[in-house]
Design a protein around this ligand. Structure first.
Ligand SMILES: Nc1ncnc2c1ncn2[C@@H]1O[C@H](COP(=O)(O)OP(=O)(O)OP(=O)(O)O)[C@@H](O)[C@H]1O
Ligand SMILES: [Mg+2]
Length: 511
């Protein structure tokens, strides 16, 4: 087959993302274009390959064209090299030669409208936050790396807090409720619905402390991020929401689960649109393997379901990872558009992974896929996409076009300036600390009368000992012992308590 014949399968009726040009027998044909139709971007995608192969530049290339078409994009910036989307690229002979080679006539360096975000404001971006209650027990268990038993305990804790009207906004709210539920007074509250063992509570508390230390303290809380702010279009161009992650290296699960939270939330709030001419929003989930490492069955099911359902809301999701086998089969099977950069075949493990990857491609009359995958050059990939009729296109060895924006980190001073001037600062710039579980528990303690004690008994007990007995000590420990508080939570459970409706991940509905 000639390059032109392969390209025929990529000549769609409607507009498409231009990926690059067909390479056949070592030659690139600039007139043989490889593309992804806009109508099929909600059939999701995969960008995979060993380090240095060109995954990030591929994301950048697709994101730029979506922006041009008025489609907002959400990007994760793991290494800090995607912030460059906001500035025009540095022109060079090499880049213009690549542009010519790949049929990108009239290629000119261009910057795109970007909005920078940072988890809890750690780093250079508008702070992103979510409340503990909206995150829900399934996602939180994934972040805390809880096992199935501990996960069901966490579900119980959330259930109780919902019923008792104890709002879980930040981590200290959750810690306060867990402490209460294992105290002598509190443990009765869960009787008949399973109870919470001291041991499990201990694990959860320890993990919560670790999470708080590694960024959870500023991430969980208010004002909570409104996913509608990801749908911005300015002067006809889709805004690229870039989330900086450099500060979150030691808690990558927090980030990957937050992305699933965003998707679940979008699913709740976006209208059903079915198949549309172009997507409403496209997500790029970098380092996707983090989502699936050690994931519980409940979590995996929720991810699979979210990815399947979000499609009809016009949202596309691209998973980016080193090896496609990092993703569970049920997720991989839903990714219609594949850009596979070079894979390594150094070790026996590499060879097994390669063989598995090859099997996920349609048979090719033009290429030996296994050989192609190990000999692709930098910025080249094996591509197959979902055609307009819903059938996969034949495999095309593709040399990718160069992005038009900067293929490096944006000047930090420029980023700081953009963040400071962001229209979203007013809404999210400052953290709020509303009255919630922690404050309610603490306040009840202050208002409560001193426990009646005979002078004799008080004398008999040394101070230290008294503290220990109260179940944890301090303000909260005292509170646990307090009958008035116990009554309060029970009546709150009846009058105020309301099970919040939870959807895909058990995330709470808002708005
Ligand atoms: N489409 C492209 N156009 C021009 N240059 C490219 C392209 N793709 C890759 N390159 C070159 O290859 C380098 C590595 O690409 P990139 O950073 O995208 O790799 P990666 O697969 O994301 O690696 P890692 O897994 O380490 O993040 C780039 O800095 C760039 O010089
Ligand atoms: Mg990269």
């Amino acid at each position: 087959m000639a390059a032109a014949d392969i390209a025929k399968a990529y000549a769609f009726d409607g507009p498409a993302v231009e990926l690059g040009a067909v390479v056949l027998d070592g030659k690139t044909d600039p007139s043989a274009h490889v593309r992804i139709p806009f109508v099929m971007l909600n059939r999701h995608g995969l960008v995979a390959g060993a380090t240095g192969g060109g995954k990030t530049k591929t994301l950048q290339l697709i994101a730029e064209q979506l922006s041009d078409a008025g489609v907002p994009v959400f990007l994760t910036d793991i290494k800090g090299d995607l912030s460059g989307v906001a500035a025009p690229g540095a022109s060079s002979d090499k880049l213009t030669a690549r542009a010519t080679d790949t049929g990108a006539d009239g290629w000119t360096p261009t910057g795109f409208p970007a909005q920078f975000f940072a988890i809890g404001g750690k780093g250079s971006g508008v702070p992103l936050r979510a409340t503990v209650t909206s995150f829900g027990p399934t996602l939180l268990s994934k972040v805390l790396e809880l096992n199935d038993t501990q996960e069901s305990s966490l579900e119980l804790i959330f259930h109780y807090a919902d019923k008792a009207g104890l709002a879980l906004l930040d981590l200290k709210d959750l810690q306060a409720v867990v402490a209460y539920l294992v105290s002598d007074e509190g443990k009765g509250d869960l009787e008949g619905i399973g109870g919470l063992s001291k041991q499990t509570a201990g694990v959860i508390q320890r993990e919560l402390t670790g999470l708080a230390d590694s960024g959870g303290d500023v991430f969980f809380g208010e004002p909570q991020f409104d996913t509608a702010d990801l749908l911005q279009v300015t002067d006809g161009k889709g805004v690229l929401s870039v989330v900086e992650l450099a500060e979150l290296q030691d808690r990558p699960q927090l980030f990957s689960t937050f992305l699933m939270w965003l998707l679940a939330d979008l699913h709740h709030h976006l209208p059903e649109v079915g198949d549309v001419d172009k997507p409403k929003l496209v997500f790029f989930l970098d380092e996707s393997h983090l989502l699936f490492n050690g994931a519980s069955k409940a979590f995996l099911n929720s991810v699979t379901q979210t990815v399947r359902l979000i499609r009809s809301k016009g949202v596309g999701v691209f998973f980016c990872t080193q090896n496609p086998t990092d993703l569970p089969g049920e997720v991989l099977g839903q990714l219609g558009n594949r850009v596979q950069h070079a894979l390594r075949a150094f070790t026996p493990d590499d060879a097994t992974a390669l063989a598995k990857a090859v099997k996920t491609y349609p048979k090719s009359a033009d290429y030996d896929i296994a050989e192609a995958l190990t000999t692709l050059g930098i910025g080249e990939a094996i591509v197959t996409v979902m055609g307009e009729t819903g059938a996969p296109t034949p495999v095309a060895w593709t040399k990718l076009r160069p992005p038009r924006s900067l293929m490096a980190q944006l000047d930090p001073a420029e980023q700081t300036k953009q963040v400071a001037g962001s229209s979203l600062q007013e809404k999210y710039g400052k953290a709020l600390d509303r009255e919630s579980a922690y404050e309610l528990l603490a306040k009840r303690h202050e208002d409560a009368p001193e426990p009646a004690e005979t002078p004799k008994a008080a004398e008999a007990k040394p101070q230290e000992h008294k503290k220990e007995e109260s179940g944890g000590g301090g303000l909260l420990g005292g509170l646990m012992k307090n009958k008035a508080f116990q009554q309060f939570t029970r009546s709150a459970g009846r009058s105020l308590g309301r099970e919040i409706t939870r959807g895909l991940f058990g995330t709470a509905r808002r708005r």
